[in-house]
Design a protein around this ligand. Structure first.
Ligand SMILES: [Cu+2]
Length: 243
């Protein structure tokens, strides 16, 4: 249920997260409706009417204990239910097949693979059905690695390398926005993650991560000339050349 309003889940751990999300949403949704209905009902029932006098009340101790304990119990139950998912997804890493080094900066994702010097801007390529380890860093401010379909969101924090993982079960091209307001260009900070079939990934890696690709990439274009400086002589002849 409720699948129409979340992006498609393509992650191995997405079901677990969606289930918790929907449970919490159902609880808060029902609470919201009850509170709103009670509020409107009280507004009507206790509205001002001719001859009606206000009455002082110090409250109801039983009621207050109940509405303190019930939400507290709900939170304890939610914690107990989400702790296993948290520890499995966020606190431990299954053995990885691919490692990707991501360094966020204002306003790009810089992607590097351990066996290559090449830096990809705003694009990542990974194979389907493989555990991908992401080593996440930031070189300036806090950013947030977010791929809605992967059900993965992780802050990139300056001075730290944070390791996370995902495993995608469906090839495709997935939007990869920054989910932490990181400056003026934040809204334009996004990349794409390409999840390839094993054959396509092998092909891509052979074309982009090999030593040859590295060496052609490593050659910087040495053709740029220093900017021409203004000639003082010209200025002088054009200006005050008179005696
Ligand atoms: Cu950002």
């Amino acid at each position: 249920m409720l699948d129409w309003w979340l992006p498609e889940n393509v992650s191995t751990y997405g079901r677990e997260i969606d289930w918790l999300f929907q449970l919490i949403y159902a609880i808060t949704g029902v609470t919201f409706i009850l509170v709103t209905v009670a509020l409107v009902a009280f507004l009507i029932v206790y509205r001002d009417r001719p001859g009606r006098r206000a009455r002082y009340t110090h409250g109801n101790t039983t009621l207050e204990i109940v509405w303190t304990i019930v939400p507290a119990l709900i939170l304890v139950v939610l914690t107990a239910l989400s702790a296993p998912a948290w520890s499995r997804i966020k606190m431990s890493m299954p053995p990885g097949d691919v490692v990707v080094e991501v360094t966020a900066k204002q306003f790009n994702w810089q992607v590097k693979y351990p066996n290559s010097d090449k830096v990809f801007l705003d694009e990542m390529h990974v194979p389907v059905n493989k555990v991908v380890h992401v080593h996440l860093k930031s070189q300036d401010v806090i950013h947030s690695f977010f791929v809605p379909q992967f059900r993965m969101k992780q802050d990139a924090v300056p001075g730290r390398e944070i390791k996370q993982w995902f495993e995608v079960v469906k090839p495709g091209r997935y939007e990869w926005p920054c989910a932490e307001l990181c400056g003026f260009g934040h809204s334009g900070m996004r990349g794409w993650i390409y999840v390839h079939s094993p054959e396509d990934y092998k092909k891509w890696a052979a074309e982009n991560l090999t030593a040859e690709a590295k060496s052609t990439e490593a050659k910087p274009a040495e053709t740029a000339k220093p900017a021409e400086t203004a000639k003082p002589a010209d200025q002088m002849t054009g200006g005050k050349a008179k005696k």
